[in-house]
Design a protein around this ligand. Structure first.
Ligand code: MG
Ligand code: ZN
Length: 213
């Protein structure tokens, strides 16, 4: 019985995601669903992307959090269109929430929309928002066991950003194992090692991101 209810919810979500996708496509917008655990560096990565690409690409941002507008305030400093969604407890964004806020953005003035999902390695991967690609961020402080524990996230993501490489000397992580476990779940996943603090690897990631569009 439970399984039946869940599959119905996902069907409804997929229909709404398709509506979002059509609307975004019609406006010529390339859309990214950015996922990762709390503290992985999703907002920091957005700041780096805005710093690097803002001059050549019109970027809009949707921030998803359970509460508060801290991330939207950080993004607003870059003078780009930004909307904050507060889920009020829900641990992921869904297509309905995105559909509700799309009209708050100047869609005709945006080339790339990046949606920062709620910090969580589980259900964000289960709900399509109408995006073109999914990108996940994982801090090297989170350890190398994440692909084995949260396989769906890695299967669904087009790119994996291993962030905080400046901390590698201080943490016990087997980067080779992380990479090979991620690639065995998803041979197509593109892996970038970056530090949002030192900006190492950010240029390469942004170049790839621009080419996706
Ligand atoms: Mg954030
Ligand atoms: Zn959830």
């Amino acid at each position: 019985m439970n399984i039946k209810v869940v599959s119905k919810i996902l069907d409804a979500n997929d229909r709404l995601a398709e509506t979002n996708r059509r609307k975004l496509k019609a406006a010529g917008i390339y859309t990214i669903n950015l996922m990762g655990a709390p503290g992985a560096g999703k907002t920091s990565l957005l700041e780096c992307v805005l710093d690097t690409l803002k001059g050549s690409l019109r970027i809009g941002i949707i921030e998803g959090d359970i509460a508060g507008a801290d991330d939207a305030r950080r993004i607003a400093l870059y003078n780009v269109p930004v909307v904050q969604i507060n889920t009020g407890g829900a641990c992921h964004l869904d297509a309905n929430m995105i559909g509700e806020v799309l009209n708050e953005l100047p869609l005709d003035e945006i080339d790339m929309l990046i949606i920062e999902n709620v910090g969580n390695l589980v259900c964000p991967a289960e709900f399509s928002l109408g995006e073109d690609i999914k990108i996940m961020v994982s801090g090297v402080t989170e350890g190398h066991d994440k692909p084995g524990k949260y396989p769906l996230m890695f299967r669904q993501s087009n790119a994996l950003i291993l962030n905080k490489t400046d901390l590698l000397p201080y943490v016990n992580i087997d980067m080779g194992k992380f990479r090979s476990d991620a690639l065995s779940l998803n041979p197509e996943i593109k892996i970038f090692e970056v530090s949002c603090k030192t900006r190492d690897g950010i240029g390469e990631f942004c170049q790839w991101l621009r080419l996706q569009r």
